[in-house]
Design a protein around this ligand. Sequence first.
Ligand SMILES: [Zn+2]
Length: 128
Amino acid sequence: MNSRFGNAPQIRRGFSLIEILVVLVIIVILSSITYGVLLGHNKNAPPGKGHNPIERAHDTECINNVHQVHLAILAAQAGDTDGKSPASLEELKLPKEMLSCPVGHQPYVYDPATGQVHCPYPGHENFQ
Ligand SMILES: [Zn+2]
């Protein structure tokens, strides 16, 4: 083993600049991959199919809101003497933020004739 100090035993302290740079490059490559995978920066994703965890959380919140509104409609129907659906969602006396999409901020579409409610936001139409 030849070092630049002749035959003196090579004493290594810490890492060389090249080693540190190689590790930094590996970290940058891995973090760019995980950034794309975990945070879902997929521009080809259709709206409402958010791959971003925050978008997915809002999607889940919307699904939950629509479900809760649907349950409140069923409860109102059960409480009504004629079994009729409430005329509007405001009659349900739910918190105002539960009556609109947390993503698109559009109010939920309600059909008093059928008692069905759905989210008008693109990609949320099937949330029930
Ligand atoms: Zn929605």
